[in-house]
Design a protein around this ligand. Sequence first.
Ligand SMILES: [Mn+2]
Length: 275
Amino acid sequence: MTATRLAIVTGGSAVRYYSHLNQAIFAAEHGFAHRLELSVARDVFSPYWYKFLAIRRTLPDYDWILWMDDDAYFTDWGGHRIEDLLERLEAEDRFLAISEGAPELDGSWTRVNSGVMLLRNDPRSTRLLDLASSAHPSAVREWWDDDRDGMFTDGDQDTIWWALSTAPELHDGFVVTDHRLLNSRAEYYESLDDATIVHFPGPGDKELRMWSFAQRFGLGKELVPGDLLRTYTGKAPRQITRTELAARRVGERSAAAQKRVRRKIDWVRTTGRWR
Ligand SMILES: [Mn+2]
Protein backbone atom coordinates (compact mmCIF):
# COMPACT_ATOMS: atom_id res chain seq x y z
CA MET A 1 0.00 0.00 0.00
CA THR A 2 1.21 3.48 -0.83
CA ALA A 3 0.37 6.66 1.09
CA THR A 4 -2.30 7.81 -1.35
CA ARG A 5 -4.64 5.26 -2.79
CA LEU A 6 -5.54 7.05 -6.00
CA ALA A 7 -4.16 9.88 -8.10
CA ILE A 8 -5.95 11.52 -11.01
CA VAL A 9 -3.30 11.97 -13.71
CA THR A 10 -3.44 14.09 -16.84
CA GLY A 11 -0.96 15.86 -19.09
CA GLY A 12 0.83 16.12 -22.39
CA SER A 13 3.30 18.57 -23.90
CA ALA A 14 1.11 21.65 -23.31
CA VAL A 15 -1.93 22.87 -21.37
CA ARG A 16 -4.72 23.18 -23.93
CA TYR A 17 -7.90 23.57 -21.87
CA TYR A 18 -9.07 24.16 -18.28
CA SER A 19 -9.75 20.47 -17.66
CA HIS A 20 -6.86 20.19 -15.15
CA LEU A 21 -8.83 22.52 -12.83
CA ASN A 22 -11.93 20.34 -13.12
CA GLN A 23 -9.86 17.21 -12.42
CA ALA A 24 -7.83 18.76 -9.58
CA ILE A 25 -10.94 20.04 -7.80
CA PHE A 26 -12.67 16.66 -8.11
CA ALA A 27 -9.53 15.03 -6.66
CA ALA A 28 -9.46 17.48 -3.73
CA GLU A 29 -13.16 16.96 -3.03
CA HIS A 30 -12.75 13.19 -2.89
CA GLY A 31 -9.37 12.97 -1.12
CA PHE A 32 -7.39 11.84 -4.17
CA ALA A 33 -4.01 13.12 -5.35
CA HIS A 34 -3.75 15.04 -8.62
CA ARG A 35 -0.81 15.08 -11.04
CA LEU A 36 -0.53 17.34 -14.06
CA GLU A 37 2.36 15.85 -16.04
CA LEU A 38 3.70 18.35 -18.56
CA SER A 39 6.91 17.25 -20.15
CA VAL A 40 8.81 16.32 -23.25
CA ALA A 41 10.67 13.14 -24.14
CA ARG A 42 12.86 11.83 -26.93
CA ASP A 43 11.27 9.80 -29.71
CA VAL A 44 7.65 10.65 -28.98
CA PHE A 45 6.47 9.64 -32.43
CA SER A 46 2.84 10.54 -31.82
CA PRO A 47 1.17 13.00 -29.39
CA TYR A 48 -0.69 10.00 -27.96
CA TRP A 49 2.54 8.58 -26.57
CA TYR A 50 2.74 11.18 -23.76
CA LYS A 51 0.03 9.18 -22.08
CA PHE A 52 2.31 6.17 -21.66
CA LEU A 53 5.13 8.36 -20.30
CA ALA A 54 2.90 10.13 -17.78
CA ILE A 55 1.39 6.86 -16.57
CA ARG A 56 4.82 5.26 -16.17
CA ARG A 57 6.09 8.25 -14.20
CA THR A 58 3.18 8.38 -11.76
CA LEU A 59 1.93 4.82 -11.27
CA PRO A 60 4.71 3.71 -8.84
CA ASP A 61 3.65 6.45 -6.37
CA TYR A 62 0.05 5.28 -5.84
CA ASP A 63 -2.07 2.14 -5.52
CA TRP A 64 -4.17 3.27 -8.48
CA ILE A 65 -4.19 6.07 -10.99
CA LEU A 66 -7.09 7.40 -13.00
CA TRP A 67 -5.65 8.57 -16.29
CA MET A 68 -7.77 11.32 -17.89
CA ASP A 69 -7.15 12.98 -21.25
CA ASP A 70 -7.15 16.78 -21.25
CA ASP A 71 -10.47 16.69 -23.14
CA ALA A 72 -12.26 14.80 -20.33
CA TYR A 73 -14.14 16.43 -17.43
CA PHE A 74 -15.94 15.23 -14.32
CA THR A 75 -19.63 16.08 -14.32
CA ASP A 76 -21.02 14.14 -11.32
CA TRP A 77 -19.49 15.98 -8.34
CA GLY A 78 -21.36 14.32 -5.51
CA GLY A 79 -21.19 10.77 -6.77
CA HIS A 80 -19.00 7.97 -5.47
CA ARG A 81 -18.87 5.89 -8.63
CA ILE A 82 -15.04 5.96 -8.78
CA GLU A 83 -14.69 4.75 -5.17
CA ASP A 84 -17.28 2.02 -5.76
CA LEU A 85 -15.50 0.90 -8.92
CA LEU A 86 -12.15 0.76 -7.05
CA GLU A 87 -13.69 -1.49 -4.36
CA ARG A 88 -15.09 -3.78 -7.04
CA LEU A 89 -11.78 -4.01 -8.93
CA GLU A 90 -9.85 -4.82 -5.76
CA ALA A 91 -12.41 -7.44 -4.70
CA GLU A 92 -12.13 -9.07 -8.16
CA ASP A 93 -8.31 -8.76 -8.34
CA ARG A 94 -8.34 -6.67 -11.52
CA PHE A 95 -5.65 -4.26 -12.69
CA LEU A 96 -7.61 -2.14 -15.15
CA ALA A 97 -11.00 -0.60 -15.83
CA ILE A 98 -11.49 0.94 -19.25
CA SER A 99 -14.72 2.14 -20.81
CA GLU A 100 -16.44 0.89 -23.91
CA GLY A 101 -16.26 3.47 -26.68
CA ALA A 102 -19.63 5.23 -26.43
CA PRO A 103 -21.46 4.93 -29.78
CA GLU A 104 -20.82 8.24 -31.58
CA LEU A 105 -23.44 10.33 -33.40
CA ASP A 106 -21.92 9.37 -36.78
CA GLY A 107 -22.47 5.67 -35.97
CA SER A 108 -18.78 4.87 -35.40
CA TRP A 109 -17.83 2.73 -32.42
CA THR A 110 -14.75 1.30 -30.71
CA ARG A 111 -14.41 -1.61 -28.30
CA VAL A 112 -12.67 0.58 -25.72
CA ASN A 113 -11.75 4.24 -25.37
CA SER A 114 -8.37 5.00 -23.81
CA GLY A 115 -9.20 8.62 -22.88
CA VAL A 116 -9.99 7.52 -19.31
CA MET A 117 -8.42 4.48 -17.62
CA LEU A 118 -8.25 3.27 -14.04
CA LEU A 119 -4.91 1.45 -13.67
CA ARG A 120 -3.48 -0.40 -10.69
CA ASN A 121 0.11 -0.33 -9.47
CA ASP A 122 0.54 -3.99 -10.48
CA PRO A 123 2.89 -5.99 -12.75
CA ARG A 124 0.02 -6.53 -15.20
CA SER A 125 -0.24 -2.77 -15.76
CA THR A 126 3.49 -2.63 -16.49
CA ARG A 127 3.06 -5.51 -18.91
CA LEU A 128 0.21 -3.70 -20.68
CA LEU A 129 2.25 -0.49 -20.93
CA ASP A 130 5.28 -2.39 -22.27
CA LEU A 131 3.24 -4.17 -24.93
CA ALA A 132 1.07 -1.21 -25.96
CA SER A 133 3.85 1.38 -26.07
CA SER A 134 6.28 -0.79 -28.04
CA ALA A 135 3.75 -1.84 -30.71
CA HIS A 136 3.48 0.46 -33.70
CA PRO A 137 -0.09 1.30 -34.77
CA SER A 138 0.71 0.32 -38.36
CA ALA A 139 1.63 -3.21 -37.21
CA VAL A 140 -1.55 -3.41 -35.13
CA ARG A 141 -3.53 -2.34 -38.21
CA GLU A 142 -2.52 -5.64 -39.84
CA TRP A 143 -4.15 -7.54 -36.98
CA TRP A 144 -7.20 -5.22 -36.75
CA ASP A 145 -10.61 -6.40 -37.92
CA ASP A 146 -13.08 -3.50 -38.31
CA ASP A 147 -16.12 -5.72 -37.69
CA ARG A 148 -14.61 -7.21 -34.55
CA ASP A 149 -12.61 -4.27 -33.18
CA GLY A 150 -14.47 -1.21 -34.47
CA MET A 151 -12.94 1.99 -35.81
CA PHE A 152 -9.13 2.09 -36.05
CA THR A 153 -7.87 5.42 -34.67
CA ASP A 154 -4.14 5.04 -35.39
CA GLY A 155 -3.09 5.71 -31.80
CA ASP A 156 -2.49 4.34 -28.30
CA GLN A 157 -6.10 3.17 -28.07
CA ASP A 158 -5.54 0.61 -30.80
CA THR A 159 -2.28 -0.75 -29.39
CA ILE A 160 -3.91 -0.98 -25.93
CA TRP A 161 -6.87 -2.94 -27.32
CA TRP A 162 -4.50 -5.19 -29.27
CA ALA A 163 -2.43 -5.90 -26.12
CA LEU A 164 -5.55 -6.60 -24.01
CA SER A 165 -6.94 -8.91 -26.69
CA THR A 166 -3.80 -10.91 -27.44
CA ALA A 167 -1.83 -11.24 -24.16
CA PRO A 168 -3.28 -14.21 -22.23
CA GLU A 169 -1.78 -12.98 -18.94
CA LEU A 170 -3.98 -9.87 -19.14
CA HIS A 171 -7.27 -11.54 -20.11
CA ASP A 172 -8.87 -11.93 -16.67
CA GLY A 173 -7.41 -8.72 -15.29
CA PHE A 174 -9.51 -6.01 -16.88
CA VAL A 175 -13.12 -4.88 -17.06
CA VAL A 176 -14.72 -2.90 -19.86
CA THR A 177 -17.30 -0.62 -18.24
CA ASP A 178 -20.44 1.09 -19.46
CA HIS A 179 -19.50 4.51 -20.87
CA ARG A 180 -21.67 6.25 -18.27
CA LEU A 181 -19.47 4.94 -15.49
CA LEU A 182 -16.12 6.19 -16.83
CA ASN A 183 -16.10 7.96 -20.19
CA SER A 184 -19.33 9.28 -21.75
CA ARG A 185 -20.26 11.82 -24.44
CA ALA A 186 -22.13 15.13 -24.37
CA GLU A 187 -25.11 13.78 -26.31
CA TYR A 188 -25.90 11.20 -23.60
CA TYR A 189 -26.50 13.89 -20.96
CA GLU A 190 -29.83 15.28 -19.84
CA SER A 191 -28.52 16.20 -16.41
CA LEU A 192 -24.92 16.43 -15.16
CA ASP A 193 -25.14 13.33 -12.96
CA ASP A 194 -26.23 11.10 -15.86
CA ALA A 195 -22.58 9.98 -16.17
CA THR A 196 -19.32 10.40 -14.23
CA ILE A 197 -17.07 11.92 -16.90
CA VAL A 198 -17.76 13.63 -20.23
CA HIS A 199 -15.09 13.20 -22.93
CA PHE A 200 -14.75 15.12 -26.21
CA PRO A 201 -12.64 12.87 -28.46
CA GLY A 202 -12.11 13.14 -32.19
CA PRO A 203 -11.35 15.90 -34.66
CA GLY A 204 -12.99 19.30 -35.14
CA ASP A 205 -13.30 22.28 -32.83
CA LYS A 206 -13.16 20.66 -29.39
CA GLU A 207 -13.56 23.96 -27.58
CA LEU A 208 -16.81 24.58 -29.43
CA ARG A 209 -18.11 21.19 -28.27
CA MET A 210 -16.84 21.63 -24.68
CA TRP A 211 -18.16 25.14 -24.31
CA SER A 212 -21.54 24.33 -25.87
CA PHE A 213 -21.86 21.56 -23.28
CA ALA A 214 -20.78 23.91 -20.47
CA GLN A 215 -23.23 26.57 -21.55
CA ARG A 216 -26.07 24.05 -21.72
CA PHE A 217 -25.57 23.37 -18.00
CA GLY A 218 -24.79 26.96 -16.90
CA LEU A 219 -21.07 26.30 -16.35
CA GLY A 220 -17.92 28.20 -17.40
CA LYS A 221 -14.98 26.93 -19.44
CA GLU A 222 -13.67 24.86 -16.50
CA LEU A 223 -16.91 22.84 -16.33
CA VAL A 224 -16.83 23.30 -12.55
CA PRO A 225 -19.83 24.57 -10.53
CA GLY A 226 -19.22 28.22 -9.56
CA ASP A 227 -19.21 27.69 -5.77
CA LEU A 228 -16.61 24.90 -6.00
CA LEU A 229 -14.43 26.88 -8.39
CA ARG A 230 -14.46 29.91 -6.07
CA THR A 231 -13.62 27.73 -3.06
CA TYR A 232 -10.58 26.16 -4.71
CA THR A 233 -9.26 28.94 -6.97
CA GLY A 234 -10.76 32.17 -5.61
CA LYS A 235 -11.97 32.91 -9.11
CA ALA A 236 -15.30 33.09 -10.85
CA PRO A 237 -16.02 30.73 -13.78
CA ARG A 238 -14.63 31.82 -17.16
CA GLN A 239 -17.80 32.77 -18.97
CA ILE A 240 -18.60 31.69 -22.49
CA THR A 241 -20.33 34.36 -24.54
CA ARG A 242 -22.87 33.75 -27.28
CA THR A 243 -20.72 35.73 -29.75
CA GLU A 244 -17.69 33.56 -28.97
CA LEU A 245 -19.70 30.40 -29.62
CA ALA A 246 -21.32 31.86 -32.77
CA ALA A 247 -17.88 32.81 -34.18
CA ARG A 248 -16.61 29.28 -33.57
CA ARG A 249 -19.68 27.78 -35.26
CA VAL A 250 -18.99 29.91 -38.34
CA GLY A 251 -15.31 28.86 -38.22
CA GLU A 252 -16.24 25.19 -38.03
CA ARG A 253 -18.67 25.46 -40.93
CA SER A 254 -16.04 27.13 -43.15
CA ALA A 255 -13.43 24.51 -42.11
CA ALA A 256 -15.91 21.79 -43.13
CA ALA A 257 -16.54 23.56 -46.46
CA GLN A 258 -12.77 23.86 -47.12
CA LYS A 259 -12.39 20.17 -46.39
CA ARG A 260 -15.11 19.36 -48.93
CA VAL A 261 -13.34 21.51 -51.54
CA ARG A 262 -10.00 19.79 -50.81
CA ARG A 263 -11.63 16.38 -51.12
CA LYS A 264 -13.14 17.42 -54.44
CA ILE A 265 -9.75 18.62 -55.73
CA ASP A 266 -8.10 15.35 -54.65
CA TRP A 267 -10.88 13.39 -56.33
CA VAL A 268 -10.59 15.36 -59.56
CA ARG A 269 -6.82 14.87 -59.50
CA THR A 270 -7.01 11.10 -59.06
CA THR A 271 -9.96 10.45 -61.36
CA GLY A 272 -9.55 13.29 -63.86
CA ARG A 273 -13.31 13.82 -63.59
CA TRP A 274 -15.49 16.48 -62.03
CA ARG A 275 -18.40 14.24 -61.04
MN1 LIG B 1 -9.40 12.50 -25.59
